[in-house]
Design a protein around this ligand. Structure first.
Ligand code: ATP
Ligand code: MG
Length: 415
């Protein structure tokens, strides 16, 4: 099924004042600079364009000089690969010299700078990623990318298997771009080649796999694509463990407006706390990402052994202990499983905390309150506060002043 491409939005790119200034400065005197890749693709699809990359006949040093003369700031982001970030009125653009791959080893390419837009397009991964737009509004399509874009099809440029052997990350990218941009089943040639070359993924760094996987998890058709990955033997390798599709589906519905990759990973792949630790190693997750997965696992364990249906009072305690975000995510992930039941009031209460309409209850006593009443500073303070907090949680996390006073008297009487 062919769908309309948004040529008006495409030309709209050239109306952006900063981009316009960049292209005007970087074209002429025998040099040519075009918009390339994701910006052209997304504009044609009528999707938001947040980052604009350009490709140019100019060598990096010439770009820096040209930027200076035009009054733009420039940063040599990856100058040996030909990339300079040019900042026009606060907006950054990545501008890269036209390149050809002269040597590949499955991971990275040795590139030479060139002046040929066709060769630069052919070294790119998918036909829909190889389109470029000239300053005069002309769309260049050397790989039949517009037809594939119209058909919502992600296809390798050239022979899929050869292209994958040049860089195995393209397997991950194939599924990631399929999940984000395609309709229907993955391109059969790309799928077969990915399967045949699956082993090659193991020579890639874990960081690069993680980057593509996390982007795939938040793509529009993540769930379907995960199904394909599972059926073709990729998913068990990517996660080094089992997958929970039901929970993934519920999270993907819950966070549709603002998907958070790490929570989607949690729902998909974390069943017990060891999963969080293993995934940290397997995907070289950051400390913060690992903390979130572990928090998810701990709350999941609590809820899965919860004896009664979750009610509003339970929600108050859960958000006080585990925070609103973790509580909302875990409850969304398990909502619909046979146990625990989740009462309607519990969902309403969680919504109030989630929207900020109801503040998360904060434990009302401080060490200073005890010191002021003559308890000497030291570990004893922590112990007493711990007991007081237990009582506070059991009694419904009240935060009014009268309750705080009464609680203080009670714990002091007990010491
Ligand atoms: P996104 O919006 O996801 O960033 P994008 O098209 O900008 O989409 P990037 O990963 O930022 O994707 O890559 C920029 C462009 O560089 C791609 O459109 C593609 O043309 C090319 N590219 C990136 N990685 C590869 C690769 N491994 N092999 C071949 N070409 C690649
Ligand atoms: Mg990009």
């Amino acid at each position: 099924m062919n769908q309309h491409l948004d040529h008006k939005a495409l030309l709209g790119l050239l109306e952006r004042p900063q981009l316009r200034r960049l292209l005007e400065a970087f074209n002429g005197k025998g040099e040519e600079t075009r918009i390339v890749g994701g910006a052209v693709r997304n504009a044609l699809l009528g999707r938001p364009v947040t980052e604009v990359d350009c490709t140019t006949t100019m060598l990096p040093e010439a770009m820096v000089k040209c930027a200076n003369e035009a009054g733009f700031r420039s940063v040599p982001t990856g100058i040996e690969h030909g990339t300079v970030t040019v900042i026009v009125d606060g907006e950054p653009f990545e501008v890269t010299t036209l390149r050809v791959d002269v040597e590949t080893n499955g991971r990275q390419a040795v590139v030479h700078f060139g002046r040929d837009f066709v060769l630069d397009a052919r070294r790119r991964d998918f036909t829909i990623n190889a389109l470029s737009l000239g300053v005069d509004g002309r769309l260049y399509d050397y790989t039949n990318g517009t037809a594939d874009l119209q058909a919502r099809r992600v296809r390798f440029i050239g022979d899929a298997r050869t292209r994958i052997r040049e860089d195995y990350l393209r397997i991950m990218r194939f599924f990631r771009f399929h999940a984000e941009y395609a309709n229907g089943e993955p391109d059969p040639e790309g799928l077969a080649a990915s399967g045949a070359e699956r082993q090659g993924l193991s020579i890639l760094s874990k960081e690069r796999i993680r980057h593509e996987l996390l982007r795939l998890l938040v793509a529009q058709r993540a769930e379907d694509t995960l199904g394909v990955l599972a059926r073709h033997g990729f998913l068990i390798w990517l996660l080094a463990g089992a997958a929970e599709f039901g929970r993934f589906r519920r999270i993907a519905t819950f966070d549709r407006e603002h998907p958070v990759p790490v929570w989607r990973l949690a729902a998909l792949a974390v069943m017990v706390e060891e999963d969080a630790d293993r995934l940290r190693e397997h995907l070289r997750l950051s400390n913060d990402e690992h903390k979130k997965l572990a928090a998810y696992a701990r709350l999941l364990a609590v809820l899965k052994t919860w004896a009664r249906p979750i009610d509003a009072a339970a929600i108050r305690r859960l958000v006080a202990v585990h925070g609103v975000e973790t509580s909302s995510v875990v409850l969304a992930a398990i909502d619909g499983e046979p146990s625990p039941g989740i009462e309607k009031q519990a969902r309403d209460a969680l919504d109030l905390f989630g929207s900020g309409a109801e503040p998360v209850p904060a434990f009302p006593l401080r060490g200073a309150d005890l010191v002021a009443r003559g308890i000497p500073k030291g570990p004893r303070i922590g112990e007493i506060l711990g007991l007081a907090r237990q009582a506070w949680l059991a009694e419904g996390c009240r935060t009014d002043e009268a309750y705080a006073k009464e609680l203080l008297e009670r714990v002091l009487a007990r010491t």
